[in-house]
Design a protein around this ligand. Sequence first.
Ligand code: AMP
Length: 181
Amino acid sequence: MGIVLLGPPGSGKGTQGTRLADALGIRHLSTGDMLRAEAAAGTDLGRQVTPYLESGELVPDDLLLAVVRHALDEAGAAGGYVLDGLPRTAAQVGHLPADDLAIYLELPDDVARARLMARGEGRADDDPEIIDRRLAVYHAQTAPVLDVYRRRGRLATVDGNQPPDAVAAAIGAAVAGADDR
Ligand code: AMP
């Protein structure tokens, strides 16, 4: 089973992705986490992705795939994944199986921005200007991904502007109701 979580930065993809993967007994993969780990490890690849992470721009596909491809294939072979952070462009959808289910965590920009400011995890990309850039990149490059899954009949929309337990319940219902078995 492949599930992709879509939604703006701050919409709860990380929190909900972990919970959902635990509930389903499949892996949670966060491309942002994998990229940050690669950067922190200081490998050649890590050094190449760092400027993108710091500026809030998307990492080019060849570098992204070099970092995440192996874990993605492994999780797919092991029974599935909840993917958080991929696909981020319509082109990236093509790297994933056509029957994946997308869950869209809908959240207004002002709420997303407030959450990201409050989060203060010490990430290189959590200052106000970069947060605005990440939201702009989301609208320009990632929002079109929603249409791809919608056209396939594989998009479920969940209100992300609720307490985490309510969001988790809505996601659970969406997964249970999806005709993917
Ligand atoms: P996130 O933790 O999902 O907010 O991602 C943090 C940063 O990692 C993004 O701002 C991008 O620079 C990079 N990133 C994560 N996933 C992708 C992706 N699928 N394609 C390109 N860049 C990505």
